[in-house]
Write a protein of this length. Structure first.
Length: 316
């Protein structure tokens, strides 16, 4: 059970944002668990309360964690914004539920938290997404046409299209992860409509191009990459839950998770915007050739991509 005093501090900091993410990250890297908890609260603010601080909070946190540099202006965007009480109730229920769940169940519960946001969140999310380079231009291309599995099946062996087809078919994945129509994404206010459809169709493609394996650890990592590319709302919420769970419930996971998240965020910030790429025109090229054309360097994972799977196998 998470103590009420700990909950209260977490909620207050998430609402106010009155702390330096760089200083917290630097301290957390040094083993300060309370600093990791406070940093997770700032991530919760970015994910569930004020997406406008995503860039400043994560940039500062990455500088503090990776470079061990914290600047005094880290908390310059602080300002009190209250989250709905029901959001916090569901948030704490989720964190304290130790019932085993698979990736799908975790996704559904995280997405459900997104249904508890206040009425002004969408407006703030739109403004936040437009802070990221290339988002406005990519969204101006219009509603993304669907990728076609039959087009991928015709691609030459060794090409990006062939590799993408193999990933989808051999793993039994859906080509767009989730059904855009069932989710009603066309009803979202631009550019959120475009961004949410585009990431569904590009998520597994970015696994290939970005060098992220389809393992448990790299699903966390690619969330950091997606967040760094365009402030993806679900990724911000997912990472808020993951870091809160680690810092408040499983502190032994702090070094691993924060390292993976923040190195992937930095990877995204050093990678050109991928949203607007004309992927069908690149299907017949090799993944290496596409990376070279788009200016992408594969993610340098600080830990083995299949670390969680290895640990599970050892425990079996």
């Amino acid at each position: 059970m998470i103590e009420m005093s700990v909950r209260s501090r977490f909620e207050a900091l998430a609402s106010s944002g009155a702390a330096s993410p760089g200083a917290l990250a630097k301290a957390a890297r040094g083993g300060d668990v309370s600093a990791a908890r406070d940093l997770a609260a700032l991530f919760a603010r970015a994910g569930f309360i004020d997406p406008g601080v995503i860039a400043s909070v994560y940039d500062a946190a990455a500088a503090g964690w990776i470079d061990q540099v914290a600047t005094p202006e880290d908390a310059s965007q602080a300002g009190v914004l209250e989250a709905p009480a029901q959001l916090w109730k569901d948030f704490w229920d989720f964190l304290e539920d130790d019932t085993p769940t698979d990736a799908g169940g975790f996704t559904m519960r995280t997405a459900a938290l997104g249904g508890r946001l206040d009425a002004g969140f969408e407006t703030r999310a739109i403004a936040a997404s437009l802070q990221f380079n290339g988002v406005r231009e990519a969204a101006a291309q219009g509603w993304p046409e669907r990728f076609r599995i039959e087009d991928l099946a015709r691609c030459p062996e060794g090409s990006l299209g062939w590799e993408f087809h193999e990933l989808i078919v051999k793993n039994g994945f859906d080509l767009e992860v989730l059904d855009r129509d069932a989710l009603g994404l066309a009803r979202l206010t631009p550019p959120l409509d475009y961004l949410n459809v585009r990431i569904l169709q590009c998520h597994d493609l970015w696994h290939i191009i970005g060098g992220y394996r389809t393992t448990s650890l790299h699903e966390v990592a690619i969330s950091g990459f997606q967040l760094g590319q365009f402030g993806h709302n679900y990724s911000a919420q997912f990472l808020a839950v993951v870091t809160a769970k680690a810092s408040l419930v499983r502190p032994e996971g702090i070094p691993l998770l924060f390292d993976v998240i923040l190195t992937a965020w930095r990877h995204a910030r050093n990678t050109p915007q991928l949203l607007g790429a004309d992927w069908p025109s690149l299907w017949d090229l090799s993944a290496d050739a596409v990376r070279q054309r788009l200016g992408v360097t594969p993610y340098a994972s600080p830990f083995p991509a299949d670390l969680f799977e290895q640990l599970q196998a050892q425990a079996a």
